[in-house]
Design a protein around this ligand. Structure first.
Ligand code: TYD
Ligand code: MG
Length: 462
C-alpha cells in the first residue's frame, strides 16, 4: 500500500497535497517538504496523546467560573535571581518553557546551572541532550561547579526514549536540549522538520501537564531571528524566552516574549564569565561602567525594559563627510528613527547635517527600541556637533515629535527613581511627565521638564 504524504511548509506548518514553490499562507519560498500524512501513523500521534491528556486532566465537563478554586502557582526557584525574574518569579510546575537563542549564546550553560541548582534544592533533574555527549556536558558542568547534585544526563534524540526516562526517573525538572534534535518514531521526516518539532513539543506538553513536571525546551534561532521553522511552537508552549546578546560583549539578556504565568518583556541580565553565567542585579552600573564622562557625544538614557529601569549610554559622532554621500550608521537604534530625528534637528533646531557622517551607537551592544530614547539620541548628536559635553551627572528620556515637541512617555517615575538611585543630579525629561509632587520630593535629583527640542538642547549643552 502506498503511504499517504503531504507537503508541509517548514516556516509556518501550512499543508498542501502537492509541492508549491511559494507558501500561500506565509509567503515563504521553497519551504515545502514532503512528509507522511499525520493520519498515516495509526492511532498514535498528537490526536492519541490529546486523548490521553484529556483523560489525565479534568473531566471534560464545563464548569461554572465561580466554582473553580483559584490556584496559586507555587513557584520553584532556580536559585538564579535574574532567571527567576524573567520566568515571572520562578518555575511553575507543569509548565512548558521554550528558551530560544542563537548558537553559542549560552542556552545550555544557563539551563545546566539552573538544573544543578534545582537538583540540589527541589529534587532529581533530567537533562536530555541531543547535541552533546554525557562527557561533554560533564566537562561543562565541572566549570559550573555542578558537584554531586542528583542530576541525570541523557544523550538521546528519540522522543519515546526521553518520555520513558521521564516516567522512570520522575524528575522535578526536565530539560530537552534542543527540541530540533528530537525525533519521534511515529514520523519519518528528519529531526528539525516542522512535524517532528511540533510532535515533540506537543508530547512534552502532555507530559508536563500530565505529570506536573516543568519542562524546558531549547530552540535554535535562524539568522533572521525567528525560532527555526516552527512558529507553530510558540503557541504550544506556556512561556517563550529569548536569549540575546552580542558575541563580542560579555553581557547576555534573557527576555520573556510570552508568558502565561507572568509579565512579558520582563528581562534578566547576565554576564558570561569563565565559570558560567553570572546574574547582574544592577545593569545600569554595568552599562555605564566604561563611560567616558567628559567627551562630547555621550548621553545617558533612562530606559525601561519590561518593568525594569536601566541607564544606558547613547553615543554619537558627527564628522564632515569626505565622500559624496553622507553616511548614517547606527548600532542599537533604528535607522529610520535616526533619519526622523536628524530631520527634526534640521528643521526645528537649525542643525544642518546634510554633508556630515552621523554615527550612533548604544554602548555595551544593547539595543533600544523605545521612542523614549529620542531625546538621548538627539542630545548625543547635538553634543557631538557643537563639541560640548553633556554633564556627566545628567540623564534624560523623552519622545520627540515631528513638530519638535517633546512628548510624555510611559513609566516615567520608574526612570526618575533609577536615575536618582544611580546618583544622577539632573534629569531632562518631558514636562508632561513631571508630577508636581515628584518635583518637591526630588531632593537629590533635579527634574528639568522640557516641552520642545530647543528647550531640551538648552538644558543639555549650554
Ligand atoms: P552554550 O551554553 O554552549 O551556548 P548554546 O547552548 O546557546 O549554543 O555557551 C557557549 C559559549 O559560552 C561558549 O562559546 C563558551 C562560553 N562559555 C563561557 O564563557 N564560560 C563558561 O563557563 C561556559 C560553560 C561557556
Ligand atoms: Mg547548546
Amino acid at each position: 500500500m502506498k503511504s499517504k504524504t503531504v507537503f508541509v511548509c517548514q516556516e509556518c506548518g501550512s499543508q498542501s497535497p502537492k509541492w508549491l514553490g511559494r507558501c500561500a499562507d506565509c509567503g515563504a519560498w521553497n519551504s515545502f517538504v514532503e512528509e507522511r500524512a499525520p493520519g498515516a501513523e495509526g492511532q498514535g500521534g498528537a490526536a492519541g496523546a490529546a486523548h490521553r491528556y484529556a483523560t489525565a486532566g479534568t473531566s471534560g465537563v464545563a464548569r461554572l467560573y465561580a466554582d473553580i478554586e483559584l490556584e496559586s502557582h507555587a513557584r520553584l526557584s532556580t536559585s538564579i535571581d535574574e532567571f527567576d525574574r524573567v520566568l515571572g518569579g520562578g518555575v511553575v510546575p507543569g509548565s512548558l518553557v521554550l528558551l530560544g537563542g542563537e548558537p553559542g549564546i549560552g542556552k545550555s550553560t544557563l539551563l545546566l546551572q539552573a538544573a544543578a541548582n534545582m537538583a540540589r534544592t527541589v529534587g532529581p533533574v533530567l537533562y536530555s541532550s541531543g547535541e552533546e555527549s554525557e562527557h561533554q556536558i560533564k566537562s561543562r558542568g565541572e566549570r559550573l561547579a555542578v558537584g554531586d547534585a542528583p542530576l541525570y544526563l541523557l544523550a538521546e534524540t528519540c522522543l519515546e526514549r526521553i518520555l520513558e526516562e521521564i516516567a522512570r526517573i520522575k524528575p522535578a525538572l526536565v530539560i530537552v536540549d534542543s527540541v530540533q534534535t528530537v525525533f519521534s518514531l511515529k514520523f519519518q521526516s528528519a529531526p528539525g522538520s516542522i512535524s517532528q518539532v511540533r510532535e515533540a513539543a506537543t508530547q512534552l506538553l502532555f507530559t508536563a501537564k500530565g505529570q506536573n513536571v516543568p519542562i524546558f525546551l531549547v530552540g535554535h534561532v535562524t539568522k533572521d531571528g525567528s525560532l527555526a521553522g516552527p512558529k507553530a511552537l510558540e503557541h504550544v508552549v506556556d512561556t517563550v524566552l529569548y536569549f540575546e546578546g552580542e558575541r563580542h560583549h560579555s553581557h547576555r539578556v534573557v527576555r520573556a516574549v510570552k508568558n502565561r504565568f507572568g509579565a512579558i518583556s520582563e528581562l534578566g541580565v547576565f554576564e558570561m564569565t569563565s565559570s558560567g553565567l553570572r546574574p547582574v542585579p544592577n545593569p545600569s552600573k554595568m552599562f555605564l561602567a566604561e563611560r567616558a564622562t567628559n567627551a562630547p557625544g555621550s548621553a545617558v538614557f533612562c530606559a525601561v525594559e519590561g518593568s525594569r529601569p536601566m541607564l544606558i549610554e547613547v553615543q554619537a559622532l558627527v564628522s564632515s563627510s569626505n565622500y559624496g554621500t553622507a553616511r548614517r550608521m547606527v548600532s542599537g537604534i533604528d535607522q529610520q528613527r535616526l533619519s526622523l530625528l536628524l530631520a527634526v534637528l534640521d528643521k526645528r533646531a537649525g542643525f544642518n547635517l546634510a554633508g556630515d557622517d552621523v554615527f550612533v551607537n548604544v554602548a555595551g551592544g544593547m539595543s533600544v527600541d523605545e521612542p523614549a530614547s529620542d531625546l538621548a539620541v538627539l542630545g548625543a548628536i547635538a553634543s557631538s556637533v557643537r563639541n560640548r559635553v553633556i554633564p556627566a551627572t545628567t540623564a534624560m528620556f523623552g519622545e520627540v515629535g515631528l513638530a519638535g515637541e517633546v512628548r510624555g512617555i510611559p513609566q516615567a517615575n520608574l526612570r526618575v527613581r533609577e536615575a536618582a538611585q544611580m546618583g544622577f543630579s539632573r534629569l531632562v525629561m518631558p514636562e508632561a511627565n513631571i508630577d508636581p509632587a515628584d518635583r518637591k520630593a526630588a531632593t537629590t535629583c533635579e527634574l528639568i521638564g522640557v516641552r520642545t527640542v530647543g528647550e531640551a538642547l538648552e538644558a543639555l549643552i549650554t
